[in-house]
Design a protein around this ligand. Structure first.
Ligand code: NAI
Length: 377
């Protein structure tokens, strides 16, 4: 099959998420890195792109040049990944969608609910694909859990408990480090710190597995390091449209927790647990029965879990290959085979509405707030 042309904005040398995208996009041979504006430093970005094999005339100084250069080409990129800091996502994503490019945008998709609604409208009007990188939803065993809920294997979901709590910003003596400080500064991060950074991954996964959307929430935010304006810890209770009860804890000061993302789903006839630090297993307990460890690659899993796994049972398959699964589904969608599990602009919008609802609730001592975006009420 012919390879698709892929372009990247941000994710330059030394960035956190850039390597996962490069490994992910190219893991299955679907995409070739054909163009890029990889760095806020134009020369550094051009040089790095060329070192990755991008032709000199497609190693752009900035995204505006890339937009102009690519839209004029016959072999324009089939997909653009936006992996820049949060406050730039809206402008870049919107411009590329309007020009007819497919986009994979990093989370959070936008900084406001209004911007999120605008992206959903623009993507619909342009007929392009706009996906958001909720990559944890693409682990094979997360897809298995979703499938188990869908096929009634744990009955109606009563309760979802999700945590995304790490301790990497828990050292008060490091709080002024520029790489840490911006995340808690409203001028750079927006209205929310930890909840917008990590909490939305957990909330998205709760919806993804339960097959239901968040309707309302009540939040308690804390800035446990006093120099921080935005929260570094949050507890959020939520209710889903179908009545499922949700609990979510997210923190960046939970010293000793490393990645710290796990989720438990409790239904009327069974419960399941998955953790990103052991992503190849799901612990499943049927009501009245014994706990079973379900293993990626074993017989009897759903087609969805099987198709997204590449290596044999018991061989670890981790984060970059979960990102790769997003690209597998994007390649299929670009080639005309729609994938309904691909995280969409609507998912990005729902997250932003939940962020604003949580901020409003936290300011009002945990009052319950409607967490749905106005356009989806
Ligand atoms: P970073 O600060 O490590 O890297 C950002 C990169 O973008 C740098 O190479 C920088 O030079 C470049 N850049 C900045 N402004 C640019 C511009 N206007 N044009 C072109 N390049 C530009 O940031 P990090 O941690 O890689 O985060 C980037 C995005 O990815 C954020 O939105 C973050 O929330 C998201 N992220 C998502 C993760 C996930 O699990 N889906 C995990 C980590 C980050």
């Amino acid at each position: 099959m012919t390879k698709l042309n892929w372009g990247m904005i941000g994710g330059g040398e030394g960035s956190q998420i850039g390597p996962a995208h490069r490994l992910g996009a190219q893991a299955d041979g679907n995409f070739v890195l054909a163009a890029g504006a990889l760095d806020m430093d134009a020369e550094k970005g051009r040089a790095y792109a060329q070192s990755l094999g991008v032709a000199a005339d497609r190693a752009y100084a900035n995204w505006q040049e890339m937009l102009e250069g690519e839209r004029a080409r016959e072999d324009r990129v089939d997909l653009v990944t936006v992996a820049t800091p949060n406050s730039t996502h809206f402008e870049i994503t919107k411009a590329f969608l309007e020009a007819g490019f497919n986009v994979l945008c990093e989370k959070p998709m936008t900084m406001t609910v209004e911007e999120g609604e605008e992206i959903v409208r623009v993507a619909e009007a342009s007929g392009t694909i706009c996906a958001v990188n909720y990559c944890y939803s693409a682990y094979p065993m997360v897809r298995e859990m979703r499938q188990m809920v869908k096929t009634g294997q744990i009955g109606k979901v009563r309760l979802v408990v999700a945590n995304f709590s790490h301790g990497h910003h828990g050292d008060a003596s490091d709080a002024d480090n520029p790489r840490v400080r911006w995340r808690y500064d409203p001028a750079m991060a927006g209205v929310s710190g930890q909840f917008a950074d990590c909490g939305i991954h957990a909330l998205n996964m709760a919806s993804f597995i339960a097959g239901d959307e968040v309707r309302s929430l009540s939040a308690d935010f804390a800035s446990t390091i006093p120099s921080r304006t935005l929260e570094d810890d949050a507890m959020v209770n939520f209710r889903m449209e179908g009545g499922t009860v949700g609990r979510l804890w997210t923190s960046s000061v939970a010293i000793g927790r490393q990645h710290g993302f796990d989720i438990q789903v409790f239904g009327e006839t069974g419960g399941m647990r998955w953790a990103s630090e052991q992503p190849n297993q799901v612990f499943y307990t049927p009501v009245g029965g014994r706990t079973q460890i379900m293993e990626k690659g074993e017989a009897g899993l759903s087609d969805e879990a099987a198709r997204l796994s590449r290596v044999a049972i018991a061989h670890p398959e981790g984060f970059p290959l979960a990102v790769a699964n997003i690209y597998v589904d994007l390649a299929a969608a670009i080639r005309g085979d729609a994938r309904n599990a691909l995280p969409s602009a609507t998912d990005g919008l729902r997250s932003m509405a939940a962020v604003y609802a949580a901020v409003e609730s936290a300011k009002a001592d945990g009052t319950w707030v409607d967490a749905r975006p106005p356009m989806l009420r």
